[in-house]
Design a protein around this ligand. Sequence first.
Ligand code: ATP
Ligand code: MG
Length: 246
Amino acid sequence: EEEIPEDHPRYQDLLTRHRIEAGVEKGITHLQGMHAEGRGSAFDYLLGEETIPSADDAERAAAAHLLLADHPVLSINGNVAALVPGEMVELAEATGADLEVNLFNRTPERIDAIVDHLREHGADEVKGLEADAHIPNLDHERSKVDADGIYEADVVLVPLEDGDRAEALDEMGKTEIVIDLNPLSRSPQVADVPIVDNIIRAVPNVTDHALELAGADEADLRTIVANFDRERALEDAEERIRSGEL
Ligand code: ATP
Ligand code: MG
């Protein structure tokens, strides 16, 4: 990361790519994660590589949902672990959420490596090793979750999630918060709170909102949740991308 000059016009993008490469080398990110990163990078370019106002609204609504939840869980895959390990730990602490490793290409080695990586970044307990429950309507390997984690969670944050799993979690009736730079992807389309923003900017901003809202009344949090308009958030992001105004 030292090699990239901070005044480079594409500094954040290069840093992101470098972190994914390092994640692949460290055994926490699958090679396919590089392709996901490439897609994300293209959409971020079209969004102007900044948090648009409707994404900030979504990030505030996400914070309110996590604070109101009985059992919030933050899902971690190989890209999330490579890009924002410490930031996810901080969000978990700010909202009282559990962290659970949940992989598309699941191997025990990668799960162990990600759990270790999160612990190096300050995590205490990390779920995902038990895999003693299944999300209905998904094939066997893809459906594995912890019974006392994602399976019983009322609110789940699933960044960069696969469309099939996002749909299956939605069908389970969970309040689903998705972070995904492509507003047309199925995952944000089924989310209660679609956050169309780079995870690198989104997670710290959700944490800032959570810290700011920590002392708020339940009624105020419910108002924030009720006032959030998911369709509008998706439309705003798509309009921004189509406008070509950078
Ligand atoms: P599907 O329709 O099954 O969801 P997909 O093309 O969306 O397929 P996936 O690999 O399932 O591909 O999802 C990766 C998603 O994550 C993409 O939509 C991509 O834009 C997004 N993404 C990649 N990197 C980031 C990032 N740093 N921040 C936010 N979103 C990202
Ligand atoms: Mg997708």
